[in-house]
Design a protein around this ligand. Sequence first.
Ligand code: ATP
Ligand code: MG
Length: 441
Amino acid sequence: MELPFQICEILERLESAGYSAYVVGGCVRDAEMGTEPHDFDITTAAPPREVERVFADCRVIETGIKHGTVTVLYKGIGVEITTFRVDGEYADSRHPSSVSFSARIEDDLARRDFTMNAIAFSPRRGTVDPFGGREDIGRGVIRCVGEPCKRFSEDALRILRALRFASVCGFAVDGPTSEAARNLRANLHRVSAERIFVELKRLLCGESVKQVMLSFPEIFAEIIPPIGLQIGYDQNSRFHDSTLYEHTARAVESAPSNPVMRLAMLFHDTGKPFCRSTDEDGVSHYYGHAERSAQIAEEQLRILKCDNETCLRVVEIVRFHDLPLQDSKRFINRQLSKHGAVLSDIILAHIADDSAKTPEARERIPKWRQIFALTEEVAAQHPCLTTRDLAIGGRDLMELMPPSPRMGEILRSLLAEVIDGTLPNEREPLLIRARELANNL
Ligand code: ATP
Ligand code: MG
């Protein structure tokens, strides 16, 4: 395993001071899988105060000193160094009630969640892999270190972490680990919404999210109850060839891999079970479901403590995911004025949605792509979208009429005409039209 020179020097310094030291966790796993590690965590026999002493010439931040973690700023990078640790009893499915330090790397590896995350390496000492992590990575399997029920009872977030790694790495969750995850899913209620939401977003952005959703529907329903109504739900509609839940899983995976789009597809049809009607031909319809889904998305995202910006954007995409799209600049201008940059995401939602339907429905996708391309083209020309973009403003109107609330009305009328292309966004024609409107009021 190749390590940055700073990491090698830190390991050597600790070793020279008489303490064994390794890189551990995500970076060893990533290297083993052939992906570039994004950061390097170090674990050592040195107690935190000793680490501070060894790096007395560096800036050291006491990141989590009680848990044995300090961050050392060393030759331009920040590195977390944690003392070998044994976690005490978990009273609440969340936090160990105590931690104690250990002199043995094996103790530290035993407290880690999955075998693939419980491998340590040092240039001097080689690889320490007491739980068969490398073999599991080779087989593409996620397996708890130790007894799965015990490990998920200690910290229920590990249930979602297992699903996240399965989704991101394209791995399978080992049998007993899967079973324990399903059986103990109710403990997820004891985990903070913030921690759940972080894992959920990463899980959704994985390449294999569909398979994970199909394998663990109960766990998704546990964290987002309205999803439960989708499981096994027959849509009884011409464009659908799978249950509502399967459709959702396919739509999520078909969307671009970013949290906003994936969350939008997760919620886009949650309103359907509340909006069903069946016509005389026995076919079901779901009028108003987009609005209902938007309400559910907002409610659930608030519960998950989602940040405001993400929430607003996701809810808007969900609300308009079935907006009838037209292939014309006038239509796009109007919608850009209403939705701004979210319009592109709304079109991407149409594509993801239809990708998860019958071949007949999928035939519409090229049309959505064309509208998407046209939207990008129109948006790049910085069109006039708000009254502030108009070539005249309130000050110009004051020369035509006494100040009044009607001025805002006039500006909005002008904007509508500019967006529709019946009036150019230029001073003279705008002033002429403004005068007409002012006289007609
Ligand atoms: P990434 O940084 O790519 O998310 P990671 O494996 O480094 O992956 P972190 O959350 O940074 O994940 O955790 C670092 C290491 O700490 C993990 O590899 C694992 O060994 C251990 N770990 C993290 N969370 C838990 C947990 N809830 N229970 C047990 N061990 C954990
Ligand atoms: Mg990490």
